[in-house]
Design a binder for this molecule. Structure first.
Ligand code: NAD
Ligand code: ZN
Length: 342
C-alpha cells in the first residue's frame, strides 16, 4: 500500500510502498478515506528536537482520519466491514490504575498513533477495536477526519459550564477556532479569541467567535470595556502555547474564573501566581480526549448543527501531500485534508 513514511532521521516525509498493517485478533482494518495534517505531523515533518527524541524511524505517520472498516479480527464482534469510523489517537494500556478505573484518557502508558504506532497517512490503518469510533450516518467525510483535533477543542471547552458565560480563547489556530464554534454552540455569550495572525482571526470569526482580537494592536481590557463586561472572563481556554497569551488570559479572568490549558507551554514559562491565588482561579491541564465521553459529545453536536467545516482551508489528493506540508509550514493553512481515495 502507499503510505507517508518518516523514512530517515531528516526533514521531510516520503510517499512509499509499504506492507499492509498486520491485523491482530482484536484489531480492525480501516481503508482510509480522508486524513488531516496536525501540528504534531509538522513537528515530525520538520524533525525538531521533540520528534528526534520521540519518533522511531521508519514510521508511517498521521493520526487524524476517517475511513471504512474492511476487515475485523476474529475476536471483534461489534464492528463489521462497511462502517465509517475514526480512531482515537491514543492507544491505552488497559492495565494501569486509571485504565482499570475507566479513566482511559489518564492512562500512564499511552502510545500515539502515527507517533510510535503505525499511522493513518496510508491506504490502510489497523487499530485495536477499543480505539474505533463509529460515525453517525451521513457525516461529511472531511469533518469526520477532524474528530481528533475537534476532540481537543471539545475536551478543553467542556470542562466548564458555558451557558451564558463570557469565554476568552487565546490562539486562533485550528483548535482554538473550533473551540470558538463549540462555545457558541454550548450557549456562551461573548466568545473572544486572540491571535497575532489576521487570517487566523478571520477563520475564527467564520467559526463563530463573537469578537476577534489582534493582540499586537488591541488590548483585552479595552475589549472588555467595549463589550460592557465588568468583572472579567468567566472561562479561559489557552490554545496558543505562547506564554504571553497565557499571561493575557490570567490577567483578564474574573475572580473565581475557570481556565483550561491545552497549548503546550515552553519550558520555564512564567505566570503571575499572585493573580492565580488572590483571584482564586481554577487551572486545569488538558491532554487528548476523553474516551469516549468527548467523542459522544462531538458526534451529537455535529448531528445537531455544530459546523466546523470553515476550519478546512485546503483539500488535496494525498499524492500532493508536499504542497499541504508547505502550506502548513508557511502558516497559510488552518486545516489541510488529504484525500486517500483519489
Ligand atoms: P497552532 O500552532 O496552529 O495555533 C496556535 C495559534 O496561536 C497560532 O495561530 C498563533 O498565531 C497563535 N499565537 C501565537 N502567539 C500568540 C499570542 N501571543 N496571543 C494569541 N495567539 C497567539 O496550534 P493548534 O493546532 O491550533 O493547537 C493549539 C495548541 O494546542 C498548540 O500549542 C498545540 O501544540 C497544542 N495541542 C495540545 C494538545 C494536548 O493534548 N494538550 C493536543 C493538540 C494540540
Ligand atoms: Zn493505562
Amino acid at each position: 500500500m502507499k503510505a507517508l513514511v518518516k523514512e530517515k532521521a531528516d526533514v521531510g516525509l516520503w510517499l512509499k510502498d509499504v506492507p499492509e498493517p498486520e491485523l491482530g485478533i482484536s484489531d480492525v482494518l480501516i481503508k482510509v478515506k480522508r486524513a488531516a495534517i496536525c501540528g504534531t505531523d509538522m513537528h515530525i515533518y520538520n524533525w525538531d528536537d521533540w520528534a528526534q527524541n520521540t519518533i522511531p524511524v521508519p514510521m508511517v505517520v498521521g493520526h487524524e482520519f476517517v475511513g471504512e472498516i474492511v476487515k475485523v479480527g476474529s475476536n471483534v464482534i461489534d464492528f463489521h466491514p462497511g462502517q465509517i469510523v475514526s480512531g482515537e489517537g491514543h492507544v491505552v494500556c488497559s492495565r494501569c490504575r486509571n485504565c482499570m478505573a475507566g479513566h482511559r484518557h489518564l492512562c500512564a502508558h499511552a502510545s500515539g498513533i502515527g507517533v510510535n504506532w503505525p499511522g493513518a497517512f496510508a491506504e490502510y490503518v489497523a487499530l485495536p477495536m477499543s480505539n474505533v469510533w463509529e460515525h453517525r450516518p451521513g457525516i461529511d467525510l472531511d469533518v469526520a477526519s477532524l474528530f481528533d483535533p475537534l476532540g481537543n477543542a471539545v475536551h478543553t471547552a467542556l470542562q466548564w459550564d458555558l451557558l451564558g458565560e463570557d469565554v476568552l480563547i487565546t490562539g486562533a489556530g485550528p483548535i482554538g477556532s473550533m473551540a470558538a464554534a463549540v462555545c457558541r454552540h454550548a450557549g456562551a455569550r461573548h466568545v473572544v479569541i486572540t491571535d497575532v495572525v489576521p487570517e487566523r482571526l478571520e477563520t475564527a470569526k467564520k467559526l463563530g467567535a463573537t469578537r476577534t482580537v489582534d493582540v499586537r494592536n488591541q488590548n483585552l481590557k479595552d475589549v472588555q470595556a467595549e463589550l460592557g463586561m465588568i468583572e472579567g472572563f468567566d472561562v479561559g481556554l489557552e490554545m496558543s502555547g505562547n506564554s504571553s497569551a497565557l499571561n493575557d488570559l490570567i490577567e483578564n479572568m474574573c475572580h473565581g474564573g475557570k481556565v483550561s490549558i491545552l497549548g503546550i507551554q515552553t519550558k520555564g514559562a512564567e505566570i503571575n501566581w499572585e493573580t492565580v491565588i488572590f483571584n482564586m482561579l481554577t487551572i486545569k491541564g488538558i491532554y487528548g480526549r476523553e474516551m469516549y465521553a468527548t467523542w459522544y459529545k462531538m458526534s451529537v453536536m455535529v448531528e445537531n448543527g455544530l459546523d466546523i467545516s470553515p476550519v478546512i482551508t485546503h483539500r488535496l489528493p494525498y499524492q500532493e501531500f508536499q504542497e499541504g506540508f508547505d502550506l502548513m509550514n508557511a502558516g497559510e493553512a488552518s486545516k489541510v485534508v488529504l484525500n486517500w481515495e483519489a
